[in-house]
Ligand binder design. Structure first.
Ligand SMILES: NC(=O)c1ccc[n+]([C@@H]2O[C@H](COP(=O)([O-])OP(=O)(O)OC[C@H]3O[C@@H](n4cnc5c(N)ncnc54)[C@H](O)[C@@H]3O)[C@@H](O)[C@H]2O)c1
Length: 428
């Protein structure tokens, strides 16, 4: 099949590469010449495990085409995926300006052969109806099209594997023909397919992210109880999670969730609820506890600090990505700087992105040990595997004071105590 993907971020580029790898002809439309040239030369721009290799392979096979020109791609395509960003506005509402702008550009280039315009971006329920109206308004009279919603569920850090082995593929549309075409595209994927109406498809995505965020905030709430009572949150959640109705997965107490999805999607769902006159107290509490988790961890550092020289390991919002959008590291660094801390950071992939925010206000190390050298305390904010297996004896020698604040509970408190560390984690 021939398809177009508009946007080449974590969702767009991964989807484009995977669909091309299945033998489809895939056009990717961007809006920045320099980035399009980098992509044409095999540079994925973002870091995602395996993505560079998949991009190079499909470029070489001639199945992937990067362009700025809608006219080059849209008239040839059976399906056009919209994968542009939907960031939060200041009031939490999803900013849909890119989605609508792209819909207009697609519309103007539609032809008389039937095209499915399918949104992969996470958009509030009702958005695709508006996309349909925009397309109707701007498309030429001869244009044949239908709108669909195919929300994306990939996780950064394992995006390719997630796309290949998704728990489910959701296809929402009122057009039988559009559903048939999208089912044909997804035929090689063994994942369960859920075919539904537009509104349900849009809401499925928000419902999924809201329950994931709830699991994390719930775990943090229980961690607060543990800290006040001497209970061990990991043991509590291990036992709770063994109940099959509950499950342990995603019950991760720590310094709170971040990233480009959970924070903004919870806020957008609250905003949609407000517009629909629904009481969103539950979702507001999820968001509030997430803030409290960061604040609680910050206060722990301020109360128990041994000096101003601080090493921070882990900046990305989770391991195996360079993405720092809404990462707890930003909150912690901003606040420690306000309190006069001197900070040296290390992250395997996210240093370039964090430098764009903090510039020369903090220092950047080449490895964890260089960050830790002579520091009064070390803070862990992302659970990268290489931190889990760090040489703790060497670390103790390098640090000025053997103090660790672990925002992700990656070490055994007893082991750290026996090694002579003063160790602060979450809910233990
Ligand atoms: N990142 C994830 O893990 C993930 C997972 C599931 C769903 N989503 C959703 O998918 C959407 C995209 O997320 P992402 O992380 O890939 O975003 P991203 O910021 O990494 O990429 C967005 C892309 O859209 C392009 N873009 C923005 N405005 C444009 C315009 N007007 N015209 C052309 N291109 C434009 C950008 O240049 C960029 O390539 C969001 O709605 C997000 O909520 C993201």
């Amino acid at each position: 099949m021939t398809l177009t993907v508009v946007g080449h971020g974590y969702v767009g580029l991964v989807s484009a590469c995977v669909f091309a790898d299945f033998g489809n002809e895939v056009y990717v439309i961007g809006r920045n010449k320099e980035k399009i040239n980098r992509l044409k030369n095999g540079d994925p721009i973002i870091f995602e495990p395996g993505l560079k290799e998949l991009l190079e392979k499909n470029l070489k096979a001639g199945r992937l085409h990067f362009t700025l020109d809608y006219q080059e791609a849209i008239p040839k395509s059976e399906i056009v995926f919209i994968t542009v960003g939907t960031p939060p506005k200041n009031n939490g509402e999803a900013d849909l300006s890119s989605v609508f702008e792209v819909a207009k550009n697609i519309a103007k280039n539609l032809s008389s052969h039937f095209t499915v315009v399918s949104c992969k971006s996470t958009v509030p329920v009702g958005t695709n109806k508006k996309v349909e109206e925009i397309i109707k308004k701007y498309a030429p009279k001869k244009a044949q099209f239908a709108v669909a919603s195919c929300p994306e569920f990939l996780r950064e850090g394992s995006a390719i594997a997630d796309t290949l082995n998704a728990d489910r593929i959701v296809i929402g549309s009122s057009s039988k023909k559009a559903i048939e075409i999208l089912l044909k595209l997804h035929q090689p994927f063994s994942s369960k397919k859920i075919v539904t109406d537009l509104a349900s498809a849009e809401l499925i995505k928000y419902a999924a992210n809201a329950i994931l965020a709830t699991k994390i905030s719930f775990s943090n709430l229980i961690a607060f109880y543990c800290e006040k009572t001497g209970a061990d949150v990991e043991k509590v959640l291990d036992a709770v999670g063994l109940d099959k109705r509950i499950g342990r997965i995603f019950m991760n107490p720590g310094v709170g969730y971040g990233g480009s999805c959970l924070p903004k999607d919870v806020l957008a769902l609250i905003d949609t609820g407000k517009k629909l006159n629904i009481d969103t107290s539950l979702l507001k509490a999820v968001d509030k506890v997430n803030y409290q988790a960061k604040e609680n961890f910050l206060q722990k550092i301020l109360k128990n600090k041994q000096g101003k020289n601080t090493a921070i390991l882990g900046l990305s919002f989770k391991p195996n990505t360079d993405d720092i959008r809404f990462a707890p590291s930003i909150f912690i660094i901003e606040n420690l700087l306000k309190h006069g801390f001197k900070i040296k950071v290390f992250d395997p992939e996210a240093m370039g992105n964090i430098r764009k925010i903090f510039g020369e206000k903090i220092e950047y190390a080449k490895n964890p040990y260089e960050a830790a050298k002579n520091a009064d305390q070390l803070i862990i904010l992302t659970e990268w595997n290489e931190f889990k297996q760090i040489d703790l004896k060497k670390l103790k020698k390098i640090l000025k004071k053997p103090v660790i604040f672990d925002g992700r509970n990656i070490y055994d408190p007893l082991l750290l105590k026996n090694l002579g560390f003063k160790y602060f984690s979450v809910g233990r």
